[in-house]
Design a protein around this ligand. Sequence first.
Ligand SMILES: Nc1ncnc2c1ncn2[C@@H]1O[C@H](COP(=O)(O)OP(=O)(O)O)[C@@H](O)[C@H]1O
Ligand SMILES: [Mg+2]
Length: 243
Amino acid sequence: MPALEVIGLQKEFGGVTALAGVDISIETGKIAGIVGPNGSGKTTLFNVVAGVYKPTGGRVLWHGKDITGKPTYEINRRGLARTFQQAMSFSGLSVRENVQISYEHGRSHSATSQRKINWSSPDEILSFVGLDRVANELAGSMPFGNLRLLGLALALSTNPSLLLLDEPAAGLSENESEVLTNLILRLAEMEIGVCLIDHDMFFMGALCERLIVLNFGTKIAEGPPSIVLNDPSVVEVYLGIEK
Ligand SMILES: Nc1ncnc2c1ncn2[C@@H]1O[C@H](COP(=O)(O)OP(=O)(O)O)[C@@H](O)[C@H]1O
Ligand SMILES: [Mg+2]
C-alpha cells in the first residue's frame, strides 16, 4: 500500500481550476518530484494534501485511511509534514527554541503518527540539518539559506514519515543546494519519504526516483526522470518546443 494516495483530486478557486482530477501515489523512503510550469497546480496539490485547502473533488488517502479535508494539525499528527517557502519561525526566539517548541508539540501526538525515527532531542535535529553551531542565535538573524534549513528542522521535529517540500532549493546558492540534496538523500535512507516541488529539472532529475509532471492541473507524465524528461509532451510544455 502506498503511504500517500491521491485519487481524482480537484480544486477550484472561483472560476480557476487548479487541480483537474489528479491521481498520484507516493511511497515512504523514496524521493518523488512534482514538476510543471508556473500555475500548474503543484503548490495547490501540497496544500490540499496537507489540509490547508479542502478539495472540491477527489480523495486523499494516508496509509489507506481517508484524510480528505481533515485539518492540518490532524494530518501532521499522522506523520505528514510540509515546509513552506518562507520558514514559519519565531524570529525573536533562538534557532534552538524554535525547534524545541515544534519538537515538544510533535511529541504530544506520537500515538497516531507513522513515525520512522524518534529524535532524542531538538539538538539532534539541529545537528542533522547542520544548524547546531548557530543554535543560540536568533532565528530572525539567520541568513536565507539557514532559514530554509530551520524550516526543514521544524518539519522534521514533528516526526513525519513523509515530507512535502515546496521548492526547497529556490534561491539557494549552489553549495547550499548541495547541502540540501545530501540531507534529502539521507532522509530517504532513514525511510522518510520526500516529495518535492522544484523548477530545476537538473536538480530534480539527479535527486528523484520518480517525477510527476503537472500542466494546467492535470498529470501529463509520470515515471523515472530518464523517461519523463524525454517525453515529447513534457519537452513541449517545458521548453515550448513543438512536437
Ligand atoms: N488561494 C488561491 N486563490 C485563488 N487562486 C489560487 C489560489 N492558490 C492557487 N490559485 C490558482 O491556482 C492555480 C495553480 O496555482 P499553484 O498551485 O500555486 O501553481 P504552481 O505551484 O504550480 O505554480 C493558479 O492559476 C493560481 O493562480
Ligand atoms: Mg508553487
